[in-house]
Each structure stands twice: as C-alpha cells, then as structure tokens.
Design a protein around this ligand. Structure first.
Ligand code: GDP
Ligand code: IMO
Ligand code: MG
Length: 430
C-alpha cells in the first residue's frame, strides 16, 4: 500500500532548513509530527514577511487546519513549550490544534541544571550542548527513572512523584557537582500548574497518527537536528541524545517502518555545525566568515555563530545510505552566489595515506582526515529570484547535479532564499 506520508530529516549537523521545507509542504499536509529531540531544535520559518522560530511546536502550526503532534519520542519541556505558545499566539498564530503524547518524557529544571553543570565541569572538553537538558532527560528515560506526560494526568500523584525526583536529583547536584540544590516546593507548584494547563492537549498520539495514515491523510514527519548528530550514526560523542534520522520516526511516532513513504534529506549547499566535534571541511579563514555572514549562520536557539565549510559529500552520502533517503532538498544555494570557485568534498584522505568515501567511526581518524575536493566554477549571479530549475545559471545546475552524483540521491527541491516562494520544485513530494 502507498501511504501519503513523508519524513523530512536533516542530513548534516542540523540547521539545514528543515523548518522552511516542513512549512512549505504543510500547505498540503493534514498532520505534522515531531518525533524526537526537544527544544534544542530551532526551526526558522519565514512566511508572509514574518519570521517565526519554532522549537517544540511542529512547523505545521503556521497553516490553519493542520494537526500538530508532539510524539512519544520527544522530550517535552513545559517551560519552553508554554513560552513558545505565548510567543506564537501573540503573533496571531492559531495554536488550538496541538497535541502532546502521553508517552513523551518531561524535561525538568534538574535536567537543564545537570546539562549546564556537566558542560561546565568538562571545560574545553564539553560537547557544546544547547543546555536545554536534553541529554540528562534522555539519560533518565534510558535509566527508567524519568516521568512522562501521562504522569501529569493525576496531579496529586504527580506532585508526589515530582517531590521524590527532586530529592534524588538534589543529591546528585549537591554531592557530585557541589552546586546549590533546587528548591523543591517551587518546582512542585510550578509543574503541578503546567500539568493542569497541558491536560487538554494530552493524547495517545500514536493512535491519532495511525488513524490519519490509515484514512489516507497526508502526514509529514518533522525531523529535528540531523543524522550527523544521531546517537548511533553521528560523530559520537559530539552528538545529541536521540535519533534524528528516519528510524527515529518509527519509534518516536509509534508507527511501522513501511508507513513512511518518501524520506527527504534536507541538505545545505555547504556545511555548518554548532557545538564541538570534528568537521573535516571547516573553513577557519575569511571564506568561512563570508559563508557565515551571507547565510546568517547564527543559531536559532542559542544565537551561537555556526562553524562553516564547503559541502561535505562524505557525510551526506553516509546519511543517504543509513536512512534510505529518496530525495534531497538542497537549501541555501543562493549563499554560494558570491564565490568564483566552489569546492565539493567527495572523499577523505585518511591518516594512513589512503582515501575513503565512507564516514569513519573513530573521531581520532576523522579528526586527522583531510577533504579531497572537486572544484566547480561559481555562477556569481543573484539566483534568489529564480523560480524554475531551467532558469538557474548552468554553473548552478552543474553544482546541483554534482551534489546528486556525490551523494547518490536525486535533488528534488532547490531552495534559493528563506521565503516560501523561493522554492524550486523539480519533483513533487507529498
Ligand atoms: P532548521 O533547524 O533545519 O529548521 O534550520 P534553521 O532554521 O535553524 O536554519 C536555517 C536558516 O536558513 C533559517 O534562518 C532559514 O530562514 C534560512 N533559510 C532556509 N532556506 C534558505 C535558503 O534557501 N536561502 C537562504 N538564504 N536562507 C534560507
Ligand atoms: P535543529 O533541529 C544544530 C547540537 C548542539 C550540540 C549537540 C548536543 O535546529 O537542526 P544537545 O543540546 O542536543 O544535547 O546538544 O547537538 N544540536 C543542534 N545543532 N541544530 C539543532 O537542531 C541542534 N540540536 C542540538 O549544538 O553540538
Ligand atoms: Mg535549527
């Protein structure tokens, strides 16, 4: 059976432009589902001349009528969530169609505190997390000591569970990090309040998603982060604590693998990364700075400058293979307008003098790899107003087609600007 569904995943280190494509495709989607990560995500959508930053709320929210689901694999931070709702509602966005899975784990203040303390303790050896408590919350989930959204349904019992958790976490904060304990009564009161507010939005979202797919509705799965930040497939330990790839939707939305139709890899026309960890094509010179300024490469969530470099085909090929990516959306191509020469990395030179086309597991090896580039001629014209593939300069089309060749997947969408109208469709998705 053919399902009317598509998964949109980041195929690099996050911030590829997932929000823009989800918003674009949401015009035709009945349901948009987030399935993993939390408010470490920052998805920017530019619509009607206004800019929106989404963190936990699915990017389908900007289309009235779309059902927005926060699935069981997400770590749900009520503080971040209600702040985000307030901002969206103040901007006139209808937030009445948002549901939160009863199985999602809750992010608490101690998760953020432990995230901050452990990053501080690691000093220069830190991961460079977003300090949103994501890792510590998933740690509790795996340790089977977390609290879930369904625990909020019985508020009296929730207060008791919460009080016991604060006591336990305060022992860790005091005895391991020698930091100030958290104030139990304030947390219990605040979160009991959140429980009352979130109650009307709590649902068994897996059933909602299944029923929608079975009824032939169009369902979009909204990725967060990127495959190179995946706990298994990425640059461990410089990764996030979840599974941003296609597999993450199966567990995190609670669906069968065959129910995902198309798997779209969102790919920037170059490479960025925020946080620590090796990045083979990183440019520490003025070219890197030029990309950063032209692409406004500063984090949507933390405001940190993003590290910039040429397109890393080895990394994207790894993502295509490990996720069965059926099509690529090539984003921010307009940022490369200003370069006379553009480089694409198609393989790495390894420290033993050999070459590889496959992404190495060992960070010691990866850190010593050098990029092998193919140099392409730039187009040096403004393409931000181009609306069809054939109108793109020949050099830009050659670049797109080289990306396809290096990564082993067709480029179905080309994006030439942040706006909805700056989207070139080569092959229809959904
Ligand atoms: P996400 O986390 O994958 O949703 O990506 P972010 O929103 O963090 O970062 C992508 C940034 O690029 C945002 O500021 C978008 O508005 C912007 N953007 C998306 N597509 C394009 C494009 O084709 N060209 C340009 N210049 N900007 C784009
Ligand atoms: P979107 O959805 C880019 C990075 C952090 C850090 C690592 C671990 O906007 O693409 P965490 O707080 O998750 O424990 O941090 O992962 N990171 C992201 N980088 N985009 C994101 O999300 C990210 N979410 C986490 O910078 O290196
Ligand atoms: Mg982002």
């Amino acid at each position: 059976m053919n399902y009317n569904t598509a998964a949109i995943i980041g195929a690099q280190w996050g911030d590829e432009g997932k929000g823009k494509i989800i918003d674009y495709l949401s015009a035709r989607a009945d349901v948009v589902v987030r399935a993993q990560g939390g408010n470490n995500a920052g998805h920017t959508v530019v619509a009607g001349g206004k800019k929106y930053a989404l963190h936990l709320v699915p990017s389908g929210v900007l289309h009235a009528g779309t059902l927005n689901i926060i699935g069981n694999g997400v770590v749900f931070d009520p503080i971040g969530f209600f702040d985000e709702l307030a901002t969206l509602e103040a901007a006139g966005v209808d937030c009445s169609k948002i549901y939160v899975s009863d199985r999602a784990h809750i992010v608490f203040p101690w998760h953020r505190e432990i995230d901050r303390l452990s990053e501080e303790a690691a000093g220069d050896g830190g991961i460079g997390t977003t300090k949103r408590g994501i890792g510590p919350c998933y740690t509790d989930k795996a340790a089977r000591t977390g609290l879930r959204v369904c625990d909020m349904l019985d508020v009296d019992l929730f207060r008791k569970k919460l009080a016991a958790s604060v006591d336990e976490k305060n022992r860790i904060i005091k005895n391991i990090y020698h930091a100030e304990p958290l104030y139990k009564e304030a947390i219990v009161e605040e979160y009991a309040g959140f429980a009352e507010r979130v109650k009307p939005m709590i649902a068994d979202t897996g059933v909602m998603v299944y029923d929608a797919i079975a009824a032939g509705k169009s369902v979009l799965f909204e990725g967060a982060q990127g495959v190179m930040l995946d706990l298994d497939l990425g640059t461990y330990p410089y990764v996030t604590s979840s599974h941003p790839g296609a597999g993450g939707f199966v567990v995190g939305a609670g669906i069968g693998p065959h129910m995902i139709g198309e798997i779209v890899g969102i790919v920037k026309a170059y490479t960025t990364r925020v946080g620590a960890g090796p990045m083979v094509t990183e440019l520490l010179d003025s070219v890197g700075d030029e990309i950063r300024e032209a692409g406004h490469e500063y984090g949507t969530t933390t405001g940190r400058p993003r590290r910039c470099g040429w397109f890393d085909g080895v990394a994207v090929r790894h993502s295509v293979r490990t996720n069965g990516i059926t099509g690529i959306a090539l984003m921010l191509l307009d940022v490369l307008d200003r370069f006379g020469e553009i480089h694409i990395c198609h393989a790495y030179e390894t420290p033993d003098g050999g070459t590889t086309e496959h992404f190495p597991a060992s960070l010691d090896t990866l850190g010593a790899c050098k990029p092998l580039y193919k140099t392409m001629k730039g187009w040096e014209t403004d393409i931000s107003g181009v609306s069809s593939y054939d109108e793109l300069p020949a050099e830009a089309r050659a670049y797109v087609e080289e990306v396809e060749r290096v990564c082993g997947a067709p480029v179905k969408i080309v994006s030439v600007g942040p706006g909805r109208e700056q989207t070139i469709i080569r092959e229809k998705i959904l």
